[in-house]
Every structure is written in C-alpha cells, then in structure tokens.
Ligand binder design. Structure first.
Ligand code: 4NP
Length: 184
C-alpha cells in the first residue's frame, strides 16, 4: 500500500454498541493483516444521548469474549466535518444511512468551496459481507446477550470483506482505493 491513509468512520445510532464494536474489530483485523498503520479508524453515533460515555457494558463483555477491547472508546456524535475528514462513512443500518445522508445534504448547503465532502463514500457496512442474509446490523440495545453476539458475527464478516477489498485494491493500484466498487 502507498503512504496515503485510508480514513474509515463506523456509524450507528448511539455509538455505544455496534459502531464501537465495528471500530475495535476492524482495528484488530487490520492489525493482523499488517495494514493498520495505513488506516485512520473512528466511530460515532447519529444521536447525542450517550456522548462521552464508554461502550455499553454488554457490548464490552461480548467483545471481550473474542479478545476485542472496547474500554478506551468514548461516544461522540456525527459531525458535518466528518464528511471532509473520512474516505468511507459506513452505516450499521438503513436508518443510520438515511440520517448520515440527510446531515450531508444539510451541511453541503453551507459547505465552503474547498470542501471535499463530495468524495466521501457513504454506504452500509454489511455491503462488505454479501454472504450474510442481513443488510443491517440489528440494534442490540433493547435485547439480550445473544444480540450482542450476533452483532459480532456480522461485524467480523463485514470487516474481513472490507479488509480484503482494501488489500486487493492496494495490490491492483499500488495504493488504497479512492472509489471502492461497493460505492460506485
Ligand atoms: P447503538 O445502540 O446504536 O448500536 O450504539 C443503541 C444505543 C443506545 C440507544 C439505541 C441504540 N438508545 O436508544 O439510547
């Protein structure tokens, strides 16, 4: 891969269950693949209810059973500046995707001419796990422990798919992709 960083933002509703899990799983998988130094990873929520809080204890416990550590993460809300700061903004579900696109549309009306927000690729994280029968990572917040385990299965599958695409594109083009096929 070239020295260009690929910046990826994982987004859910509260940023205390799914997207911090996605950030931690993808970070661990990217480290195993040897490409973590080429990535900037973050997560956030479309809502502001949990800003500043650590991930949900159930999400932390479920992740820990697979050796992922979420404890240092703190929730933040999606911000218009994220459309300039990231190459990929990946939603956990359809409602998150709608909210991301709505914020982008609202903020582009007041964006400066230097903004490169139009080059960000916004999509669903599970587009990278085409063999799963889910399009959305289901919200586990109001359910039981099994929901958190299911979230991990889906996120691991999508992480491996995205990672494979980044590595393939780097091999083909000598660097990370500017326009991943899933978003074209
Ligand atoms: P997340 O889960 O979007 O995966 O972080 C939720 C967390 C909190 C709430 C809903 C979903 N809530 O309603 O507070």
């Amino acid at each position: 891969m070239t020295s260009k960083m690929t910046r990826i933002l994982f987004v859910c509703l509260g940023n205390i269950c799914r997207s911090p899990t996605a950030e931690a799983v993808f970070r661990a998988r990217a480290e195993q693949a040897g490409i973590l130094s080429r990535l900037q990873l973050d997560s956030c929520g479309t809502g502001d209810w949990h800003v500043g809080k650590a991930p949900d204890s159930r999400a932390q416990r479920a992740a820990a059973t697979r050796d992922y550590d979420l404890s240092a993460l703190r929730a933040r809300q999606l911000d218009p500046s994220d459309f300039d700061r990231f190459d990929y903004i990946l939603a956990m579900d359809a409602a998150n995707l709608r909210d991301i696109i709505a914020l982008q549309a609202a903020s582009s009306e007041s964006a400066s001419p230097e903004s490169n927000a139009s080059s960000v690729h916004i999509g669903r994280f599970l587009d990278y796990a085409p063999n799963q029968c889910h399009a959305d990572v289901p919200d586990p917040y109001y359910g039981g422990d099994k929901g958190f385990d299911d979230v991990l299965d889906l996120i691991e599958a999508a992480s491996d798919g995205l990672l494979a695409q980044l590595v393939d594109a780097a091999d083909a083009h000598g660097g990370p992709p500017n326009k991943p096929e899933a978003f074209q």
